[in-house]
Structure formats: structure tokens, C-alpha cells
Write a protein that binds this ligand. Structure first.
Ligand SMILES: [Fe+2]
Ligand SMILES: [Fe+2]
Length: 162
């Protein structure tokens, strides 16, 4: 497994920070697997599960808030990932760093994360950017917008004398 690199960034600060954390935890777990340190590997997988649950909840909240049309499929993908994590942890508890564990973690699991971030998550981040651009901006009236009452009132106010 390779360390984090910027090709995984999607241009959304919160998502990129969380994805990097997930990747770093998986990288830690890969190191523990190479050393066959079952205790450290188990701790890394538990931390990875907690961080994944938190991050998925954030993404799913954003999907609900912005009525994302692909939300159901994306939620299913998160659920599949969490179920696989649970299966991996069970395999580790019962058989240690077994050949099956190595195969599962080293290929299926790590590839899934990369595939999900660069596929489904990238699509979601594009949707969130479009939703943010379509939402009315808080604060001053954007250039080109129709003047609102307070702006019109201000333009009629007497000019202070010098
Ligand atoms: Fe994500
Ligand atoms: Fe996701």
C-alpha cells in the first residue's frame, strides 16, 4: 500500500481531510500487517472503523441536505465497506494475520477505498459544489442581482455633507 498522495484530493477541504485520515489509518494497518503485529493491526482497524462511520455520516448528511439523486447507491456502498471491515476484523480475531486476511486487506479492501473516493465521492463533491453555487449567497447582494429593499433605501439616503 502506498502512502497518501495528492492525486486522491477532490478539492473539498472537509472530504479531503477525512479521506487522508482514512488512508493514513489503512496505511498504519498495512504496516502492522507486515510486522504481523495483531494488537496494533486490531487497534488500527478499530480506529479506521470509527473514522469511517463518522465520515460516512457526514457525507450522508450532505446528501440528504442537498437531495443528492445518487444517495441510495452511495449509502449502500458505505454499508458494504463497513460490513467488509467487520468481516476483516473477525478474520483477524479468529485466525490472526492469515493468508485470507492478507489477500482481503491487501487487494479488495485497499482498492475499494481508492475506487470509492475517486468514483462515488468525486461525483458527490461535484454535486455539492453545484448545490453550493446554486444556493443564495449570504451577505451582500451578489453582483448582477436585483437590488433588494435595503440597497434601494441606502441609495436614496441623503449623501453626508463634507
Ligand atoms: Fe468519502
Ligand atoms: Fe462516500
Amino acid at each position: 500500500m502506498n502512502p497518501w498522495n495528492a492525486t486522491m484530493n477532490l478539492g473539498h477541504e472537509d472530504a479531503d481531510t477525512a479521506h487522508r485520515e482514512l488512508h493514513d489509518l489503512a496505511f498504519q494497518a498495512a504496516g502492522a500487517m507486515a510486522r504481523e503485529d495483531v494488537a496494533d493491526l486490531g487497534a488500527s482497524l478499530r480506529a479506521l472503523t470509527r473514522a469511517s462511520v463518522d465520515h460516512f455520516a457526514w457525507e450522508e448528511g450532505e446528501m440528504a441536505r442537498t437531495a443528492y439523486p445518487e444517495a441510495a447507491a452511495h449509502r449502500d456502498a458505505h454499508l458494504t465497506f463497513l460490513l467488509e471491515l467487520r468481516r476483516i476484523a473477525k478474520e483477524l480475531n479468529e485466525h490472526g494475520v492469515s493468508p485470507l486476511f492478507r489477500l482481503w486487506f491487501g487487494s479488495r479492501f485497499v482498492d475499494w477505498m481508492r475506487f470509492h473516493v475517486l468514483g462515488a465521492d468525486a461525483q458527490l463533491m461535484r454535486h455539492l459544489r453545484l448545490a453550493a453555487a446554486a444556493a443564495p449567497a449570504p451577505g451582500p447582494t451578489p453582483a448582477g442581482a436585483t437590488a433588494t429593499a435595503p440597497v434601494a433605501a441606502a441609495s436614496l439616503a441623503p449623501t453626508p455633507s463634507a
